[in-house]
Design a protein around this ligand. Structure first.
Ligand SMILES: *Cc1c(COP(=O)(O)O)cnc(C)c1O
Ligand code: SF4
Length: 443
């Protein structure tokens, strides 16, 4: 089957019809199918249910291991997402691989970590991870419509301490209120769009009363796994809280269906800028052509490819990991070959909690005091002659007197951080030494 003929049509495909028939009896099937609460209520949470609903048999030998994997990391697949599985080639279906457990999840490798990104260590109050000074991750729930087998937060999903109680949400919001440096709040989970409209409206409304919160983002996989959650009521509520951005996670072009297109259009029509964060997954999308097709479909639906993540070192994900070289190869096939705005940034989230690190192929080949040698996507090697007459603007951070006329209306003082500090005129730091290096101890 062609990838652009994903088995989801405006009404119901025959496959979906068969699925609903197995799960309901007769009438009003279409209306039920498109009711997100019906989808959640009928989520597939056991191996038996999966076999029954899809009409497939899982090998008895694998079954035992699969049961163990499910006991460790919960299973939940919406009937909608299950309907995208091509059962004629079950094991290779990118949908199946993201949704259905694998015995490989039980193999914990030497380098695997429970919390590779140190999200718990950087948590000042429950529900908040504050790593970058100006933005926070705000975990509002542990529940997802579908539990992705590749989830970096496998340890968290299905967590009993989440969703946060209203009191706990209040405490987290108070932390943001008391921390004026936070200008960007990223609501995450779990899937925030699984909260009720009322609860979400309340959270967004509270955040909007905080003056220093300039933008709010929601990270959600709902457009991919439960597009019917994007109702007219939901978007009418969301649009009251602008500037609001939404990032979703399409990993394969086959996930873009008529229903997901409709969900994306509803969100875009109320003025929400949409981004996409894919995860690079072995056996699912580790192919330049698949990613190129994906980013093209995304931009046709007004979704800007934002990130492509290197798979994290979380436990049980070893079978999904590719070498970083695969990501660089994919970036090489995108940059210059397609529209600039269709190219995501390739990032590795630093193990140990260093945040995201962007990686690119090298385009800077060499340079001298007056020339830079660059190459383009075609391999053309070119030179850029540096200006002879450039007068560097010495910066002593006296912006009021600077001829560049940055009008700092209500600007804050800010310190240079990291490498930026080494480049700054006003800072005399000449080197950075990692904490715990032997040198410091001897010195
Ligand atoms: C990813 C992430 C953010 C947001 O990072 P952006 O690069 O701004 O999208 C913020 N906090 C944490 C802890 C994150 O992991
Ligand atoms: S939707 Fe996100 S948080 Fe939920 S299981 Fe998938 S990747 Fe994890």
């Amino acid at each position: 089957m062609q990838e652009d003929q994903a088995p989801d049509i405006a009404m119901m495909s025959s496959r979906q019809q068969r699925l609903t028939d197995r799960m309901t009896s007769g009438s009003e099937a279409v209306a039920r199918w498109r009711d997100w609460k019906w989808q959640l209520k009928h989520a597939i949470t056991t191996i038996e249910a999966f076999e029954r609903v899809l009409g497939v048999r899982i090998d008895a030998k694998r079954r035992k291991k699969l049961e163990l994997a499910v006991a460790r990391f919960p299973l939940s697949i919406t009937p909608y997402y299950a309907s995208l599985i091509d059962t004629s080639d079950l094991e290779n279906s990118p949908i199946f691989r993201q949704a259905f457990p694998s015995p490989a999840e039980l193999q914990i490798e030497r380098y695997d970590m429970r919390d590779p990104l140190g999200e718990e260590r950087d948590s000042p109050v429950p529900g908040i991870t504050h790593r970058y000074p100006d933005r926070v991750l705000f975990w509002v729930t542990g529940v997802c419509a579908m539990y992705c087998r590749h989830c970096t937060r496998k340890r968290k999903t299905g967590d009993k301490d989440l969703p946060l109680s209203k009191a706990a949400l209040r405490k987290a919001i108070d932390y943001i209120r008391k921390t004026p440096a936070v200008r960007d709040v990223l609501i995450s989970g779990g899937d925030p769009l699984l909260l009720s409209d009322e609860r979400l409206d309340w959270i967004l409304g509270e955040l909007r009363t905080i003056k220093h919160v300039e933008v709010i983002r929601i990270g959600t996989r709902v457009p991919v796994v439960l597009p019917y959650r994007v109702t007219d009521d939901l978007v009418a509520m969301l649009k009251k809280h602008h500037p609001l951005w939404i990032n979703t996670q399409f990993n394969h072009p086959r996930e873009i269906t008529q229903s997901s297109r409709e969900a994306l259009a509803k969100l875009a029509d109320v003025g929400i800028p949409l981004g996409n964060q894919s995860v690079l997954l072995a056996g699912v999308n580790d192919c330049p052509r698949i990613i190129r097709s994906l980013v093209h479909k995304l931009v046709m639906n007004r979704v800007r490819p934002y990130y492509i993540y290197q798979c994290d070192l979380s436990e049980g994900l070893a079978h999904f990991r590719t070498p970083i070289g695969k990501g660089i190869e994919i970036m090489e096939s995108l940059i210059g070959h397609t529209s600039g705005f269709a190219v995501p940034a390739y990032v590795v989230d630093a193990p140990g909690g260093g945040g995201k690190i962007r990686l690119n192929p090298n385009y800077l080949l060499s340079w001298s005091t007056n020339k830079v040698v660059l190459r383009n996507y075609e391999g053309v090697i070119t030179t850029y002659k540096e200006p002879d007459s450039y007068e560097a603007n010495f910066c002593d951070r006296e912006c009021d007197e600077c001829e560049l006329q940055l009008k700092l209306e209500d600007g804050d003082e800010w310190r240079a951080v990291g490498i930026e500090k080494l480049l700054a005129d006003f800072d005399s730091t000449i080197s950075l030494t990692p904490e715990g290096s032997g040198r410091r101890e001897c010195g």
